[in-house]
Design a protein. Structure first.
Length: 333
């Protein structure tokens, strides 16, 4: 396993992180989830990413139990707050009340006294940004949170948060967690330049584009049973944008590129996002331990400029680059 600094902070994290968005407490049984976490640990992954909302808070429970007994100082545990975790009007968003209550619920479920990184899971248009940042600052001062980050924020939102932090003397954001893959590059024109300038690292999710870049979906063929594309509870809506013959044909044309490098297509996809120097880690998920072992082989892989150009030529116009595609709800869900 290779390690990288999280932005300009002093925190070192594994460049491949293990995430449990669509698996723990939902798609797979707990024994399988624990086996996947153990495989991640065995392969040298030290960074684990989750969120209070995943599987209705069950994902944090499962991760907490799976990591129990591990040396806490050797782990980096990340979680998030914003999406609804209960039926009440204040069980969502980034108000002081919800952030305060959410961190304590997360700590209890994760069976830890602190989280290494606490992330605002979306931008909250209904809460003053100063209120959110002061609450995060209070949690840092209380020792319950070591670093603060955001997820799926636009460049102007990150810039405003940095401005307030500097004015108020708060700890600055050190990380951004956006979707990023060969097919989804919306952060490249605005978010990454800002973050490079300000010392913020990207912890990217869905580097395999919800599984599409693994090559398992074939143009003109039925969707494989038991995959995300056929699981209405497991992200089927998100993957639909890619399930057309143009996209799938171009993705299949990446297979010779991967083969020439001795990589699987999934490994190529993960290695591709790690070529960006602003990326601190790529988050991978798994429902089976062997998927973890396969994905970590992308760590440390270097892709030459001609390989990157070849990938761009293959994918051509199907790549999404519009920064406006990063959107937080105008009203809390």
């Amino acid at each position: 396993m290779e390690f990288r600094r999280l932005g300009r902070s002093g925190l070192q994290i594994s460049e491949i992180a293990y995430g449990n968005w669509l698996t723990h407490g939902s798609q797979v049984e707990e024994d399988a989830a624990v086996a996947c976490v153990q495989a991640a640990l065995d392969e040298g992954i030290t960074t684990f990413d989750t969120a209070d909302v995943y599987a209705g808070t069950r994902a944090e429970d499962v991760l907490g139990r799976a990591l129990k007994g591990q040396r806490r100082e050797g782990l980096e545990i990340f979680t998030k707050v914003y999406w609804p975790t209960g039926p009440g009007r204040n069980d969502r968003g980034l108000s002081r009340k919800h952030v305060f209550e959410s961190i304590h619920g997360s700590l209890r479920r994760l069976q830890t006294d602190y989280v290494d990184l606490y992330q605002a899971h979306r931008f909250d248009h209904e809460t003053p940004l100063e209120e959110t940042l002061r609450t995060f600052e209070d949690l840092v001062r209380q020792g319950k949170v070591l670093y603060v980050g955001v997820s799926e924020w636009r460049a102007e939102e990150i810039a405003r948060a940095l401005e307030i932090a500097d004015q108020m003397g708060f700890d600055r954001i050190v990380s951004s967690q956006p979707q990023y893959s060969m097919l989804w590059r919306v952060i490249e024109s605005e978010v990454i330049p800002l973050c490079e300038k300000e010392g913020i690292g990207q912890i990217v999710w869905s580097p395999i584009a919800q599984g599409v870049l693994s090559g398992k979906y074939k143009p003109g063929r039925p969707l494989p049973a038991g995959t995300r594309a056929t699981d209405e509870k497991g992200g089927a809506d998100m993957i639909k944008r890619y399930l057309n013959d143009d996209v799938l044909t171009r993705v299949q044309n990446l297979e010779p590129v991967a083969a020439d490098l001795g990589l699987s297509m999934a490994q190529l996809a993960i290695a591709w996002v790690l070529q960006n120097p602003n990326v601190s880690a790529a988050i991978v998920g798994a429902s089976r331990p062997e998927q973890v072992r396969d994905n970590v082989k992308a760590a440390g892989v270097k892709l030459d400029a001609d390989v990157l150009a070849r990938i761009d030529d293959v994918l051509g116009p199907i790549v999404e680059r519009d920064p406006a595609r990063t959107v937080s709800p105008q009203r809390r869900p």
